[in-house]
Design a binder for this molecule. Structure first.
Ligand code: ZN
Length: 357
């Protein structure tokens, strides 16, 4: 058969409903394929498949294809592969989207095809056991240096705790699973595995920034937190379905980036702060400023007008009396809204994720 004819046949396989989106991130119109796994993937995911060459051999659908390879793809495809590689994905397990950080997408691909975690339930123990203990690098409050700290996540106790000394009996902080959120912030934290953990203490929002040098370990921590939240919510809302609970496990921030703010007296100068819009709460972070973002400080100077998308009235950002890093937005009746920022050197969009719900 002519190569052209085989490629026409390949196009037929590609237009099959299950092959219209990437097998790994759901991005539409995948234009790469893994010949060894029988899946169609987007270009970004094909690059991650290249990092596991002993498992996956990728090829562009624009290339010339042999008849035997086309037949294989016709026999497999994304649905058949999903039935095999995703047969036992726990409901709480985070399935990354195209917009998620590389760490989440790569570990999802490795968990599926390299470690076969969703074919063998015993391989899921690091995040499904209800208890996890280990060391994470945690950013210090004062000097911004990362220090090794012991963390314990316990579903039974309903908390994530960390300890300042390895042999300490009392934890430095107890973060209730009920109010816990975790979201990957690699650019902000300055590490590809950087995770921001948010929790409530005495009704105010607290944040800690952690990472693990091993990518799998960090994603396991993230999914262990999601598992703990899932089981907590199952008890708290006994009638709710998995579909209702899963979007509540963790959330990404709606908007974030640098703005400059002044205090309530109008006599202070503007100071640069990292702002985060999380659900209906606007937070800002004092020093230490996030490491990578600090690089922009000399190049880009911004004046700030956070304003309501609906009414275009500027929001008033005031200095709260609470300790860093939280402050409430005043006059927030129009929320949720977007922050608008103008800067003198052209607009640089807020970095970070769009919201995932
Ligand atoms: Zn993809």
């Amino acid at each position: 058969m002519e190569p052209e004819g085989d490629n026409r046949l390949l196009q037929d396989v590609l237009t099959r409903a299950d092959n219209e989106t990437c097998a790994d991130c759901g991005n539409p119109e995948p234009d790469w394929a893994s010949l060894t796994l029988g899946v169609f993937v987007c270009q970004a995911c094909s690059l991650l498949h290249r990092s596991i060459p002993h498992i996956s051999r990728v090829k562009s659908v624009q290339d010339t294809w042999d008849a035997s390879d086309v037949e294989l793809m016709a026999a497999m495809g994304n649905n058949v592969a999903k039935a095999k590689y995703e047969q036992k994905v726990p409901a709480f397990y985070y399935r990354p989207k195209h917009t998620d950080c590389k760490l989440l997408r790569e570990q999802w691909i490795r968990a599926k095809y390299e470690r076969n975690e969703f074919e063998f339930i015993e391989k899921q123990e690091p995040y499904s056991a209800g208890y996890r203990e280990g060391f994470l690098w945690k950013r210090g409050r004062d000097n911004g240096q990362f220090l090794s700290r012991k963390f314990i996540l316990s579903e039974r106790e309903g908390a994530l705790k960390y300890f300042n000394k390895h042999d300490a009996r009392d934890p430095k902080a107890v973060m209730k699973i009920e109010t816990l959120n975790a979201t990957f912030q690699p650019a902000k934290i300055g590490n590809p595995c950087g995770l921001q953990i948010t929790y409530l203490k005495d009704n105010s929002t607290r944040n800690i920034f952690v990472y693990h040098s091993d990518a799998k370990e960090m994603v396991d921590w993230f999914n262990a937190i999601r598992a703990a939240r899932f089981h907590y919510l199952q008890v708290a809302y006994p009638g709710a379905s998995d579909e209702e609970l899963v979007p509540k496990l963790t959330r990404n921030f709606m908007r974030e980036g640098f703005m400059e703010k002044t205090g309530p007296k109008h006599t202070e100068g503007f100071k640069k702060r990292w702002f985060t819009m999380d659900d209906r709460r606007l937070m800002y972070f004092k020093d230490p400023t996030p490491t990578p973002a600090a690089k922009y400080s000399s190049a880009v100077r911004r004046t700030v007008t956070p304003s309501c998308l609906a009414c275009h009235r500027p929001f008033k950002v005031t200095t709260g009396t609470m300790a860093s890093p939280s402050s409430r937005l005043t006059g927030s009746s129009c929320l949720p809204a977007r922050l608008r920022l103008s800067n003198e050197t052209g607009s640089r969009p807020f970095r970070g994720s769009s919201i995932a719900r």
